[in-house]
Design a protein around this ligand. Structure first.
Ligand SMILES: O=C(O)CCC(=O)C(=O)O
Length: 339
């Protein structure tokens, strides 16, 4: 893993609001990400199919972004679905983040949003190998260093598989959807396949994170460019594409405007996104991806520090007291610790 950042990468991230790192994962790491994600997604979709067939899951759809979109039939239905999920996943325990929604947008596979991408969220909570990959502290350290924070938590994670001939991903911002607001919120988008101009690579409006606000955002739906009605000043900025080979990643600020084109090819464009929350972030009242059980326990202003829901990925050790090389005597340079 290319987990040592250059000063140029850090300054590009702050100036442009995104930075692409080609070959971030080596061939073996890329294989592990690909296999684990594919397995986790297939298990989730099997659980969904089982739920639909047994009638415990209601067929529904929504264009709301990044949200669990399958409503269950009340608490009893949720319990049945938990059991269905346990049966499929062979799990002893269903994680706290699961409250009866299937955490996927495939409830109605013919809906527009279901054809933007197959979205399966919170895979770290139910798939051991995914958990290991996502919670790798080197990733947390890179994210924290780029964002300029002393600690990073996982906000959520999601597979985003744009199907063959899939719809484009409309222009939007990430952080305004989330349950906390922070100018240091961030997403790492991992290309599991080569991401090209033809199959729906990411696009960005450079510098847009500097003028975006938490109260103006657009749901990912059929209005592809509606965000520019809210931020007409961005029409003057040329969007930049970020095509990249499989194994590359793009980090983007949670306030940077981004989109992906349609998949014009006959093959899926598979990606995985990790959403980061700076340590110390507080609840803003939005439920977003939080389970209803957990959501009910929160008050606006609470620090989101439940390790089961938002695992701490990395925290900078307390900077040491200025240390001096013993032998060097007075006037020696302090030994600096950096993130
Ligand atoms: O993969 C896509 O099409 C969109 C990804 C995205 O919007 C994100 O990761 O924030």
């Amino acid at each position: 893993m290319k987990d040592v950042l250059t000063p140029e990468q850090i300054s590009t991230y702050h100036e442009q609001g995104f930075v692409a790192i080609e070959g971030f994962f080596d061939a073996e790491e890329r294989r592990q990400w690909w296999e684990a994600t594919e397995d986790a997604v297939q298990r989730r979709l099997s659980a969904l199919r089982a739920g639909l067939e047994s009638g415990t899951v209601r067929k529904s759809f929504t264009s709301r972004v990044k949200a669990p979109v399958l409503g269950m039939l009340g608490p009893k239905g949720a319990q049945t679905a938990r059991n269905a999920l346990r049966a499929v996943l062979g799990e002893k325990r269903v994680p706290k983040g699961f409250n009866g929604v299937m955490n996927t947008n495939q409830g109605d596979e013919d809906s527009y949003y279901a054809r933007v991408y197959i979205q399966c969220i919170r895979l770290h909570a139910e798939h051991e190998q995914m958990r290991k990959l996502i919670l790798d502290p080197r990733i947390g350290r890179v994210a924290a260093t780029l964002a300029g924070t002393t600690g990073m938590r996982l906000y959520h994670d999601q597979a985003l598989f744009k199907p063959a001939q899939g719809n484009p991903t409309a222009w939007h911002l990430d952080n305004p959807f989330w349950s906390f607001h922070s100018p240091k919120a961030m997403t790492m988008w991992i290309a599991l396949d080569d991401a090209t101009l033809g199959n729906g690579c990411m696009w960005y409006v450079p510098g847009s994170h500097k003028t975006a606000t938490a109260d103006k955002n657009l749901n990912i739906g059929e209005d592809f460019a509606g965000l520019f009605k809210m931020y007409p000043e961005w029409k003057k900025i040329d969007p930049v594409a970020a095509p990249c080979p499989a194994g590359s990643v793009v980090f983007h600020n949670g306030l940077t405007a981004h989109a992906a084109g349609a998949n014009m090819t006959n093959h899926p464009r598979r990606a995985f996104a990790v959403a980061f929350m700076p340590e110390g972030s507080v609840f803003n009242g939005r439920q977003d991806v939080l389970s209803s059980d957990y959501f009910k326990t929160l008050n606006v202003g609470d620090v989101l520090n439940d390790n089961e829901v938002h695992p701490l990925l990395w925290r900078q050790e307390k900077p040491a007291e200025p240390a001096f090389r013993a032998a060097a005597g007075a006037g020696a340079a302090p030994v600096a610790r950096t993130a």
